[in-house]
Write a protein that binds this ligand. Structure first.
Ligand SMILES: Nc1ncnc2c1ncn2[C@@H]1O[C@H](COP(=O)(O)OP(=O)(O)OP(=O)(O)O)[C@@H](O)[C@H]1O
Length: 501
C-alpha cells in the first residue's frame, strides 16, 4: 500500500469510527459545500431524486438518525421536496461537500444524479459515471444475488461515504446489494413493488400472442403496443414497454410511470380496478400482463357509432351502470388506505369495459399518494395528467387533492351523458363555450336537450336518472374544489337509482 493510500485508508477508518454523522470535510476534498451548491443545480437534482422517490435509500446510506428520517418524511407529506430536506440535514448540519454527495450517489448507483452535479466535483472523479446512459436492456439481466457489481476503481475514501461495494473481496455483510438499473430506479425497488406478482417468462408471452402477430394488436399507448393473448387459458392484454423517447428526462418519467403501475395497481384489488396479473423482464422488452377487457375502452365505446362496422350506442342504463362502477373504483382509491391515492388521469380512455360492460379503471402510471386526509390539499411541484380533464386549482396552482379525480370524473360523466367530448368543437354560436359552460348554461333551462342524441330520449325514472347524472357531473366540476362533491356523495346521489346498476 502506498503512503497516500495508507493515509486515505486511515482517514476512512477514522471516518468510520466517527460515523457518517460526525464526518466533516476531508483535506482531500476541496469542493464546495452542499449548502453552497448553485440553486438551479440543487433544484434540478432534488426534482430528479424526488421523481425517483429515493429519499429513504439516501437517508439510510447517509446513516441519518430516526428523528431526522421522520423530519424528512413529515416535509414530504406536506408536499415539500424530501430530497431537499435530506440535503438540508445532511449538507447543512454536517457540512458535507458536493463531492461527498457525488460519492453517495455513486454508492446508490444514481448515475443521472451524478451527471447533474459532475461540474462541481474534481474532473478525475468523472470516470465513475458510466459513459453510456443505462438502458432498459439492463432489465434483461436476471438479478443474481450472488453476483457482485464491478464498480470500477475504488472511490477516494475522503468522500465520507463508505464504499465497501468497491471491494470485490469484501464480506457479504458489508456488501451493498447488487443492483441492476432501470434508469435510476433500481431493479430491487421494482422487484419489491412486484413481490406478489407473477414473473412471467417472455417466451410464454411470445406464444400467447402468436409471436406478436399484428392481428392481436389491440392498440398503442404512450409506452408502446398492447396485444391480446391467451396465456394459461386466460385472456390477457399484454403491454409491451417501448421506452422510445430519446429525451432522458422524459424517459425517466416513463420509467417512473411503469414503476407506479407495478407498485399501486399490484397493491389494489377491487371489482372496478383493472387486474394486473404479472410482468416479464427476461425478454426483448419488459411487459405488463393484465386482464383482457373485451369491451375495449369507454372512449372507444362512446364513439362506437363512428366505428366500422358501427356498434349500437350504449343505452342509458349501460351508461349509468358504467358511471356507478367507475365512481366506486375511485371512491375505493380515495378511501382504502390511510392516505388517499389519487389516480390523476381519470378519462374515458383509461376506463376499460369487460364483456358485460362493467368498468375497470386502468393506467396507474400517474397515481400519487395525496395529502393525509381526504379533504386536505397539498402543493406539488409538477402537474400531471390530461389537461382538459384537470381542475383549475391543479392546472394553475399545482394544488393536489382528491378533488382532482372528482373533477375529472365529473367531466367524464358529462361526456357520457351528453355524448360530446370535452375537446369537441362546439356549434358556431357556441364557439366561446367549452363543454362545461355549455352544460352549465343549458342545465338551468332545457336540460333534456343536453342528452346524447344517439339514444332515444329517456322517459320517467330513466329520465330522472339521466338528469341526476348531469347534475352530479355539474357538481363535481365546480370551479372551487370546496364546492365539489366527494366520491362518497356521488355514490349517495346515485343510490335512488340502484335498480339500474
Ligand atoms: N387490459 C386491456 N384490455 C383490453 N384493451 C386494453 C387493455 N389495456 C389497454 N388496452 C387498449 O390498448 C390501447 C392502448 O392502451 P394504453 O393503456 O397503453 O394507452 P392509452 O391509455 O390509450 O394511452 P397512454 O398510455 O398514453 O395514456 C387502448 O386502445 C386500450 O383500449
Amino acid at each position: 500500500m502506498s503512503g497516500a493510500e495508507t493515509t486515505e485508508a486511515e482517514a476512512q477508518a477514522q471516518n468510520q469510527a466517527n460515523g457518517n454523522r460526525t464526518r466533516s470535510r476531508s483535506h482531500l476534498d476541496n469542493t464546495i459545500a452542499i449548502r453552497l451548491m448553485p440553486l438551479p443545480v440543487r433544484n434540478q437534482v432534488c426534482a430528479h431524486l424526488d421523481a425517483l422517490d429515493v429519499w429513504k435509500q439516501l437517508a439510510t446510506a447517509a446513516n441519518l438518525y430516526p428523528d431526522q428520517v421522520e423530519q424528512i418524511n413529515t416535509q414530504r407529506q406536506r408536499g415539500r421536496s424530501a430530497s431537499n430536506e435530506f440535503l438540508n440535514i445532511w449538507g447543512g448540519q454536517y457540512n458535507h461537500t458536493v463531492q461527498t454527495l457525488f460519492a453517495l450517489f455513486k454508492k446508490l448507483k444514481l448515475h443521472n444524479a451524478m451527471r447533474i452535479i459532475k461540474d462541481y466535483v474534481s474532473e478525475d472523479l468523472h470516470r465513475y459515471i458510466p459513459r453510456s446512459v443505462p438502458t432498459i436492456s439492463d432489465l434483461r439481466a436476471p438479478v443474481d444475488p450472488s453476483a457482485r457489481v464491478d464498480n470500477g476503481p475504488p472511490f477516494p475514501s475522503s468522500s465520507g461515504v463508505s464504499n465497501s461495494n468497491n471491494n470485490r473481496t469484501s464480506s457479504k455483510a458489508e456488501e451493498i446489494p447488487s443492483l441492476e438499473s432501470l434508469g435510476n430506479i433500481h431493479i430491487s425497488t421494482v422487484e419489491r413493488a412486484a413481490e406478489s406478482l407473477l414473473k412471467i417468462d417472455y417466451s410464454e408471452l411470445e406464444m400467447a400472442t402468436d409471436r406478436w402477430c399484428p392481428e392481436n394488436r389491440l392498440g398503442q399507448g404512450g409506452f408502446g403496443d398492447v396485444y391480446r393473448g391467451e396465456w394459461k387459458q386466460l385472456d390477457v392484454a399484454i403491454k409491451v414497454m417501448n421506452y422510445s423517447n430519446p429525451n432522458m428526462d422524459q424517459k425517466q418519467v416513463e420509467l417512473q410511470q411503469s414503476y407506479n403501475e407495478l407498485k399501486y395497481l399490484n397493491s389494489i384489488r377491487h371489482d372496478n380496478i383493472l387486474a394486473l396479473y404479472g410482468y416479464s423482464i427476461n425478454g426483448e422488452k419488459p411487459c405488463l400482463v393484465y386482464q383482457l377487457m373485451k369491451g375495449g375502452s369507454l372512449e372507444s365505446r362512446l364513439r362506437a357509432h363512428k366505428s366500422q362496422p358501427p356498434l349500437p350506442a350504449l343505452t342509458w342504463h349501460q351508461r349509468f351502470s358504467i358511471s356507478v362502477g367507475t365512481a366506486r373504483g375511485i371512491y375505493f382509491l380515495h378511501t382504502a388506505r390511510n392516505i388517499p391515492l389519487i389516480h390523476g388521469d381519470i378519462k374515458p380512455a383509461n376506463i376499460l369495459l369487460d364483456q358485460c360492460l362493467q368498468p375497470k379503471i386502468g393506467d396507474f402510471g400517474l397515481v400519487r399518494e395525496g395529502p393525509k386526509s381526504i379533504n386536505a390539499v397539498m402543493q406539488v411541484k409538477k402537474k400531471f395528467g390530461t389537461r382538459v380533464y384537470l381542475p383549475p386549482e391543479f392546472r394553475n396552482s399545482n394544488q393536489l387533492s382528491t378533488g382532482v379525480d372528482v373533477y375529472s370524473y365529473g367531466i367524464v360523466l358529462l361526456e357520457v351523458f351528453t355524448g360530446r367530448q370535452v375537446t369537441d368543437r362546439l356549434p358556431k354560436n357556441d364557439l366561446k363555450q367549452d363543454l362545461l359552460v355549455y352544460v352549465k348554461q343549458h342545465s338551468k333551462h332545457n336540460r333534456v336537450e343536453l342528452l346524447d342524441k344517439h339514444v332515444a330520449t329517456p322517459m320517467g325514472e330513466e329520465l330522472d336518472m339521466c338528469m341526476c347524472a348531469i347534475d352530479v357531473g355539474v357538481n363535481c366540476t365546480a370551479q372551487d374544489p370546496q364546492d365539489r362533491l366527494s366520491m362518497e356523495d356521488v355514490l349517495d346521489r346515485f343510490r335512488p337509482f340502484r335498480n339500474y346498476y
